[in-house]
Ligand binder design. Sequence first.
Ligand SMILES: [Zn+2]
Length: 265
Amino acid sequence: MRQVIAAFFALGLLGGAIAQDETVTPEGFAVSNAYGALYHEFGHLFVDQFQLPLLGNEEYAADAIATLLIVRFGGDAAYDISFDTVDGYLRSADIYGAEKLDEVDFNSEHGMDQQRAAQMTCLLVGANPADFTDLANQMGMEAERQEACAGEFDQARSGWERLVADHVRGTGPEGAPLTITYEDAGSYEPMARLLRDNNVLETVASVITTEFRLVAPATMRAALCGEENAFYDPADRSVTLCYEYVQLYFDMVADPANAGLDTSG
Ligand SMILES: [Zn+2]
């Protein structure tokens, strides 16, 4: 059984002991969370390019779109990407939660990591109870709530399908091009190699351009940013995944005590 860390719902506190997951590797965890971050940023790109109407927070919409993309197009990797992305939110909360707790910013664009983990878990267990009931249980989600998640998933999926219907490629020609660039990684070269060896950007680009027709040319960059982040820039329609972000998730497994403390380089 795969385990997420520090079931804070059950423990009721942050910074609890980290449960060991024998199956997770730093490389696998970093790759999964790179996928999770890229699909989230493409959620922002879709909102921008397809002018999707939003009823709520764009961050939650981007998370929901990411989850739908992973579930639908993630293939054999979908389970690991999903599981590790939820686990990544929890580990992020574990690292940053304690210090943020005193000054919780409820207006923060990125909702609290725990909420994001809970929302994604709900969509996952709603989509596929056979695979994700165990995760939902570890998250302390009541059975009744888990059942309601099936409806939430259906609602998210049907809403999404209706909104992007005009932009689904089907058997039609490719839309505007999506270009991949790997910028210099400096001391983060091992992270660049990890992304390349696993075809992370290439796989995401293939899903996006095979399944959808982009309205305008876009780029996907792996780059040094000076911060552990990933973002979408509507000015040049670029999705950026920072090498530092990949390193952070690598370290969460390889060296959890020091993960996120060094942002130099
Ligand atoms: Zn975002």
